[in-house]
Structures are given as C-alpha cells and as structure tokens.
Design a binder for this molecule. Structure first.
Ligand code: G1P
Length: 308
C-alpha cells in the first residue's frame, strides 16, 4: 500500500555541507551557499522558497563554516541598531527579512559521504513524517512555483515525489536520470527506475532529477542500507530507486518542471543567473540593462574578445 501516513509536510531539509570546490578560492572560508546572487546569498532564496510553500521548519545540514550560515539567519542587533540610527529603513527591512520568517535548525554532517548521507543526518529532526529536500545549487524562480505542485502530488498520491526537467541527452550524465511512465495528469509521471549520473548513451530518458524532493520517511531506513554508489558516495538517487520499486514504501512520482531553474553550482551558470536576476530587478535593472546592451553590442567586442 502507498505510504500516505502523515499527509501534511511541514519540514524541509537543506543540505549545505558540500566543499564548493568549483568556486575555490572564494569558498575556502565561506560556504558556497553563502555566495551572493546579486545581493542575497544563494541559500536565502532556497529558504524563502520553502517558506513560500508553507514549510517553515527548516533543517540545514552543514559541514564546516557553520557559523556564517547561522549568523546570516540570526539577528544582528548591532547592525540593525546602526541602520536604525541612520534611518536606513529599507536596508534594515532587508537585514531583518533574512532570518525571522522560518524556524531554522542546524545539524552537522561529520563526513562528506554524499547527498544520501546528508539527508540521513536529518532523520532525528524529521522523525516519521514526509519532508522536503531542497538543494541549494538549484534555484527555482519564485514566479514558477514547483514545490507547491510537488506537495500537492504527494498529498494526492502518497509516497515520494521528485522534480524532473527535460535536458539535452548529452547532459543527462550530469544528473540523476529517471525512467518514467505517464499518469492521468500531464507533467506528473510515475518513476519506475532511476540512475545516478548515467554513462553517456545509457540514460533511461532525457528527464533529469533537479534539486527538489518530497520524501516519504521510509527513505531513512532505505538510506541506512544503501551502499555507496556513483563516486563512492551514498546517493539519494539510489535510495529513491529502491523506493520506486517498493510496494510498501512507494510510489515515486515525478513532477516535470518547465519553469525557470538556475544552476548556481556551476560558475558559468552562476554568472548567467546573477546577470539575469540583476537585469530583471526594478532597482538595478534599468541601469544594468543599459550598460549590458552597450557592453555586448558596442565597441567592446571584437572577434569574441573584450577590449580593455
Ligand atoms: C545531485 C543529485 C543528482 C541531481 C542533482 C541536481 O547531484 O545527486 O541526482 O540530478 O543533484 O542538481 P550533484 O549536482 O550534487 O552532483
């Protein structure tokens, strides 16, 4: 029977223990989740997304540099007093906004044994109820709600739900990849198999798992029994594969996302994200767009090179 226990999801887990090697040396002493997307750290977008979907109990699974993250979501009384004294109410609002909207907890992943292991570190906090997992590298545009749809699908169909996105076949080996069957609802599929980062040409489809999950608590039990997989790490994808074929703890459904997703874990995509979001901002956008047009279309470009 499908796992429909405790239907309402209230908790979200945000793994934030990765080493961020692609962004060194910026991430030597700062977690990659704290890198700014315009003027907000990446993880704040993720926290805001969870809160907007009604999940206000968050567990951040950290590794090193836990203090920076904790400080960001805490009050900063001195800073607030200084802004208040200056009458800078707008900045004061933005500083306060960072922390007070959610009930944020922290736990530490001692050893970096993989995403599955990071999720397992949340077992005690989550307990026996379904929960969401949001990966900080994937930013979902606030205008294209995804998590809400996933929560609804979980309520209606039980089990677990993953977010899927169509990617060019040659990119499938960068992701967990799903074999699926259609359901009676467009863009909701039944996941029948999953492969973490398949070898080129071996992807079961062009549907990649992106960093949003709503998981049945049975995943914890499965994770404790999941052997290290791709890269020698305990993979969440492998645990989901087990759930997908379990009569007792499945099913696993996929919500096919067709909105705007920004991959901020990759330096080129990170730059694109910052440019796009800055260009769309009401305050910075007009001036930035004007400069961008001049920069890209103007005399700065010659044979693909930027003149000094
Ligand atoms: C992780 C997951 C992978 C998923 C991806 C989405 O991989 O293991 O299945 O497709 O996130 O961003 P990572 O990007 O952490 O290597």
């Amino acid at each position: 029977m499908a796992d429909r226990s405790q239907r309402r999801v209230t908790k979200a887990v945000v793994p934030a223990a990765g080493l961020g090697t692609r962004f060194l040396p910026a991430t030597k002493a700062t977690p990659k989740e704290m890198l700014p997307i315009v003027d907000k750290p990446a993880i704040q977008y993720v926290v805001e997304e969870a809160v907007a979907a009604g999940l206000s109990d968050l567990l951040i699974v950290t590794g090193r540099n836990k203090n920076t993250l904790e400080n960001h979501f805490d009050r900063n009384v001195e800073l607030e007093a200084a802004l208040d004294a200056k009458g800078d109410t707008e900045r004061l609002r933005r500083v306060r906004e960072a922390g007070v909207t959610a009930d944020i907890h922290y736990t530490r992943q001692g050893d970096a044994l993989g995403l599955g292991h990071a999720v397992l570190c949340a077992a005690l906090h989550v307990g026996d109820q379904p929960f969401a997992v949001l990966l900080g590298d994937d930013l979902i545009d606030v205008r294209d709600p995804l998590l809400e749809t996933m929560l609804r699908v979980r309520e209606e169909r039980g089990g677990s739900v993953v977010a899927l996105m169509q990617v060019p076949r040659e990119q499938a080996s960068l992701y967990g990849c799903a074999a699926v069957e259609t359901t009676d609802e467009p863009d909701v599929v039944r996941v029948v198999d999953l492969v973490e980062k398949p070898e080129a040409g071996e992807a079961p489809s062009d549907l990649a798992v992106i960093g949003r999950y709503v998981l049945a608590p049975a995943v914890f039990d499965v994770l404790t029994k999941t052997e290290p997989g791709r890269g020698g790490e305990i993979q969440l994808t492998d645990a989901l594969r087990t759930l997908a074929s379990s009569a007792e703890h499945g099913p696993v459904h996929g919500v096919v996302f067709r909105g705007r997703r920004y991959d901020t874990g990759d330096r080129l995509d990170y730059l694109k994200t910052v440019v796009r979001l800055a260009a769309e901002r009401d305050d910075l956008g007009p001036g930035f767009r004007e400069w961008l047009k001049e920069f890209v279309g103007g005399e700065h470009w010659e044979l693909g090179e930027v003149k000094p």
